[in-house]
Design a protein around this ligand. Sequence first.
Ligand SMILES: O=P(O)(O)OC[C@H]1O[C@](O)(COP(=O)(O)O)[C@@H](O)[C@@H]1O
Ligand SMILES: [Mg+2]
Ligand SMILES: [Mg+2]
Length: 358
Amino acid sequence: MPLSNRITLTQYLIEQRRRFPTASGELNALILDVSIACKAIARTVALGALAETPAGGAINVQGEEQKPLDVASNAMLIRQTEWSGHLAGMASEEMDEPYQIPASYPRGKYLLVFDPLDGSSNIDVNVSVGSIFSILRAPQEAIDSGRDVVEADFLQPGATQVAAGYALYGPTTMLVLTVGNGVAGFTLDLNVGEFKLTHADIRIPEDTHEFAINSSNSRFWEAPVKRYVDECLAGKTGPRGKDFNMRWIASMVAEAHRILMRGGVFLYPRDSKDPAKAGRLRLLYEANPIGMVMEQAGGRASTGRQPVLALTPESLHQRIGLVFGSRREVERIEQYHNEPSRREASNPLFAERGLFRD
Ligand SMILES: O=P(O)(O)OC[C@H]1O[C@](O)(COP(=O)(O)O)[C@@H](O)[C@@H]1O
Ligand SMILES: [Mg+2]
Ligand SMILES: [Mg+2]
């Protein structure tokens, strides 16, 4: 079908709203505002070194250096959504504290949480990056009082997300979205500046022979992850009985998209690299939205031990181990984590609650 005959994101959202006849339309309006910010970010990303972006160089709460495009993308998402009256507040990878809607604008019932630019270490090398977003409902008492938002308002399990998705700035710009009724993919039609539905009802194949992990961390991995990767690498003659392929883009959003399109599994597991960090990726604005997209597409998202969406977050910038993708593969990794290890089985001092547990 030529792109011009496809329905737009706006039309798709109107269709989705028909499922909720009493809905106010505010969620749709908010998603459309996010999509406009993503178009603006896509333009800036596409300009590359020609873009006039604000200075970066500051260190964010993650202890990571902010690139000029991290700062610019953060500002574009804020500016495009804060005025609308649909938001009670926002939180972002690039802001230490929750963002308060300025007093000159009305406050609304949703919370917007985002990673304005994921994979930003790839900007300078012209590899795909993206924006990840999650929409939560603010606590009723915060909506009623219109008070400032606080960290605790955002600490809701991923299962309560109202909508989630990402924009991918690759050879084409795509927006992938779930409003809790499957996953749909939209391609930006540059001729008319609209996202058009090109990938209706995306489903992830249950099995795969492709995995993604940063193997330079292998010496820090826990035994179940080592076992899983070793078994993949052993190929046809190993316990899995088939050859595996490996990919590592270092843009989680691009890996998530590849997995949605053709299956696979992604691991950034908990490891012992930095004992102060429970993992690399952040729960609220990376793991939860990607987790909701995965689960809605028939895949699975896990910490390696339990479903990501069931976790109650402890802080805004909490990190966790993350495994997602083809359902059966993620379940296998969870099973490896939940089995008592061979060492524990032979020596109770190393058991989960034992004296020498590492
Ligand atoms: O450099 P590493 O350790 O491979 O980490 C790559 C991971 O870090 C990230 O870039 C983190 O996201 P940010 O770029 O938003 O900080 C992920 O997209 C990616 O999977
Ligand atoms: Mg990120
Ligand atoms: Mg980022």
